[in-house]
Design a protein around this ligand. Structure first.
Ligand code: GAL
Length: 419
């Protein structure tokens, strides 16, 4: 509702002698800071913007470009430090707790969560991430899986290679592609993308327990041990499979290389599927998806955390935003565009493609066998300082001739110094 219309409503209400309660009439307003600027990401957030406007709200969009959100998080810090936080920020996992400890978040949406039975429709592990001392301070939109390989089927067929199911198969396929002059791995040399590939490799090469010990428990012996050396050996192999222009490339441009047949594989979370869908491509026909070799599942839950802001309109805006985000139909339409699966467990998946159905199936299986593990590269497993320390080493190794043994040693030391 615009200001003029709002005034008119007040005037009419006054003339008619109605009791006018301002909280009920406050125009919902939000200013949302996020980094969803690629084609697929923008299409997905538009679903939320449109729903919010249709419900009578005013949405101020604050996109800060940069995959993985590093630039957006820097912008957020500056906003909070200057005493001017956004109403909501796309935030994840332990960062929600870190911002809560700073006193920056509000649990005002807890009443919306209670009224709409969030505890009953979210897996407990996701719900716990969304709570600040037992009350909801964030609303989840989805579950992204990280450990995926995307491929161009025509390129694979031409080289006579199949989707790999082991890292040895991956290397053999990549060697063959390379010998034919095809770039085996589309990659963007940005540190968060290096970390994304690294955690998928770590899960596959080391297994679920290794991953948990290294990236959840931060066990020094595992971080610096012999298995980690093997993980870095595989990273060195992958470095040999990227094209010469990989440095600094955005992730969606790497996805475009798969679409155009300029490269065979990309290892990336399923927001890559948002790009394929946005280009009108069909899973299983125009592109293939398969989990990276390994038995686990690396999850990444996008959510909107609510900042402690003043003003009735903004508080009303947060409540409306929270309600819409957890809407059953919203979770379907949004995630069809985003490439992820709904956070709610009661959304039917029949409209989703086989990649999404595989994701939901594997999530269910791994949640029962210890294989459902948080992505460290996307802020789900540990605090920012430790994730940053690991990412620094991974990127340094990928972009130099550092040995695997030195990298594993540096990893253990880096984490120790960041604690
Ligand atoms: C992730 C985020 C995804 C996707 C990706 C690339 O961290 O969870 O939603 O946007 O970054 O920007």
């Amino acid at each position: 509702m615009g200001v003029m219309r709002f005034r008119n409503v007040v005037a009419v209400a006054a003339l008619a002698g109605f009791a006018f309660s301002s909280p009920a009439m406050a125009e919902p307003q939000v200013e949302v800071l996020h980094w969803w600027t690629s084609g697929g990401e923008a299409k997905a957030i538009k679903v939320l913007v449109d729903d919010f406007k249709a419900a009578g709200g005013a949405w101020t969009d604050m996109p800060v470009a940069g995959g993985g959100g590093d630039a957006a998080r820097t912008a957020l810090k500056a906003r909070v430090l200057s005493g001017n936080p956004p109403t909501a920020f796309q935030m994840k996992g332990p960062s929600i707790q870190e911002w809560h400890e700073e006193g920056a978040l509000t649990t005002g949406i807890d009443a919306v969560a209670k009224d709409n039975n969030w505890d009953g429709v979210l897996p407990a592990s996701i719900a716990n991430h969304m709570k600040c001392e037992g009350k909801y301070c964030a609303a989840p939109v989805n579950v992204h899986r990280i450990d995926w390989i995307w491929a161009n089927p025509k390129v694979l067929a031409k080289a006579g290679v199949a989707m790999p199911t082991t890292w040895d198969e991956f290397n053999a396929a990549a060697d063959k592609l390379k010998s034919m002059g095809v770039t085996p791995l589309a990659h963007g040399g940005q540190s968060w993308q290096d970390a994304t590939v690294f955690e998928a490799v770590a899960l596959g090469v080391g297994g679920n327990e290794f991953y948990r010990k290294a990236f959840v428990d931060l066990d020094p012996a595992t971080l610096g041990g012999a298995t980690m050396v093997k993980v870095f050996d595989q990273m060195r192999k992958l470095r040999g499979y990227v094209d010469p222009n990989f440095s600094g490339r955005d992730w969606n441009l790497a996805t475009a290389m798969i679409m155009k047949g300029e490269a065979a594989f990309q290892i990336m979370g399923d927001w890559a599927k948002g790009e394929f869908s946005n280009a009108g491509l069909t899973a299983g026909v125009d592109y293939l998806c398969a989990p990276t070799p390994g038995a686990g599942y690396l999850y990444n839950v996008d959510s909107f955390a609510m900042f402690d802001v003043k003003g009735e309109n903004k508080v009303t805006g947060q409540n409306l935003l929270a309600k819409l985000i957890m809407g059953k139909n919203f979770q379907k339409v949004f995630n069809l565009a985003k490439g992820s699966i709904p956070a709610r467990t009661d959304v039917p998946l029949n409209a989703f493609d086989y990649c999404a159905q595989r994701s939901a199936y594997d999530m269910n299986v791994t949640s029962g066998n210890g294989g459902l593990l948080p992505s460290f590269a996307h802020g789900m497993a540990m605090r920012n300082a430790q994730a940053g320390a690991i990412t620094d080493v991974v990127t340094k190794h990928f972009n130099s001739d550092m040995s695997s043994a030195d990298a594993a040693k540096a990893l253990a030391e880096g984490v120790k110094n960041s604690l």
